[in-house]
Design a protein around this ligand. Structure first.
Ligand code: SF4
Length: 368
């Protein structure tokens, strides 16, 4: 079945590091945007989906009535399977019990909370709208109201972050009733206020060795607390891997609805406009469509598959591409196995721990 992604490009305030398609101060456009989403959804009416991910931006900037409308439109246009994983991205500082109830009553069964850090100076440096206590209370409230499959996003390489402050954030996270942690390294994107601060010497970032040491600490703490690394940046309790995100890494199909959303359907990748005015006027597509060649599909399967710690299934490769993986990649696989960056185990080729540390340089050799 297909995955469904819906993009809500609105936030209360722009974080200092953010270069995503999101806008603040646009409350007057929320209803019109929901109307446009509804129109776009109609183009796919009746398609079966087994994962839904409403992300942003901050979907929970919408009020309770708007959340009900959005969830109603999703259900009216798509056939949600009985075991559908239905995730909503939320940010502390935008949720109250009425909104959580709207999500729960609407069938949302997984929530992803943008925490980033439990250290207030770090949150301030990032320009987040919440402090650590609000983040902690938000997660507790979601769980107490009955949505128990909860991810939190944490960041590394934040300005002023130290190994000790990272451990503090992790220890706070482990006190919470969560099932999943996404841990990403901050990327300073040119043009963002944080990038400019860095250029002007307002703060310095940890060097590569400290960065690596912090990520090693993070990995060992995750393991200690029962969070298994199943993708380069994602850790979960057993059985709580994100089924929606696995669709991306497995090269399965998904439909993206909303501003700048991407889709992969019938062997084609296409995307929507990132111009809000055009989207509100129901001009959804940006015209970029790529029909994947056999080589494109094989390359993507390798590139995304190696992100998973389980690795790439030999049998699945043969099923999809009609050839043995060694017929295409025998030389590369052997080369990296010889230097212990890739290992083979019961039908799967995967990156070793050291391979995962330098995944980009290994993966690029599998591009066709
Ligand atoms: S909440 Fe997320 S999308 Fe919104 S401004 Fe911050 S980083 Fe960007």
């Amino acid at each position: 079945m297909t995955g469904l992604y819906i993009h809500i490009p609105f936030c209360v305030k722009k974080c200092k590091y953010c270069d995503f398609t999101s806008f603040s101060g646009m409350e007057d456009n929320f209803d019109k945007y929901l109307g446009a989403l509804s129109e776009e959804m109609k183009q796919y009416k009746g398609i079966d989906v087994d994962t839904v991910f409403v992300g942003g931006g901050t979907p929970t900037v919408l009020n309770q009535k708007q959340l009900n409308r959005l969830i109603g439109d999703i259900k009216n246009n798509f056939e949600l399977s009985e075991i559908c994983e239905f995730t909503f991205e939320v940010n502390p500082g935008t949720l109250n019990s009425d909104k959580i109830k709207a999500l729960k009553d609407g069938g949302v069964n997984r929530v992803s909370v943008g925490v980033q850090s439990f250290v207030d100076t770090e949150l301030l440096a990032l320009g987040r709208i919440h402090n650590s206590r609000e983040a902690f209370n938000t997660v507790s409230m979601i769980h107490d109201m009955g949505i128990t499959n909860i991810n939190i996003d944490l960041m590394t390489s934040i300005p002023y972050q130290t190994r000790e402050s990272l451990i503090k954030s992790l220890n706070m996270a482990f006190k919470l009733p969560i099932t999943h942690i996404s841990a990403y390294s901050l990327i300073l994107e040119e043009g963002t206020p944080l990038f400019n601060e860095y250029e002007n010497g307002v703060f310095s970032l940890p060097d590569d060795d400290t960065d690596r040491e912090m990520f090693d600490t993070l990995k060992s703490k995750m393991k200690e607390h029962g969070f298994l690394r199943y993708e380069i940046s994602n850790f979960s309790k057993p059985g709580y891997e994100s089924r929606h995100n696995l669709k991306y890494w497995n090269c399965d199909e998904y439909i993206g609805i909303g501003l700048s959303a991407h889709s992969y359907l019938d062997g084609r990748r296409f995307s929507n406009t990132d111009n809000l005015g055009k989207y509100l006027n129901l001009e959804f597509r940006n015209g970029d469509t790529k029909t994947l060649t056999y080589d494109d599909m094989v390359s993507e399967f390798m590139m995304l598959g190696f992100r998973k710690t389980k690795g790439i299934s030999e049998a699945e490769f043969k099923k999809r591409f009609g050839k043995d993986i060694n017929d295409i990649y025998g030389r590369e696989l052997q080369k990296f196995m010889d230097i212990s960056l890739i290992e083979y185990d019961r039908g799967y080729y995967r990156l070793t721990d050291r391979g995962l540390d330098i995944s980009n340089s290994v993966i690029c050799e599998f591009m066709r």
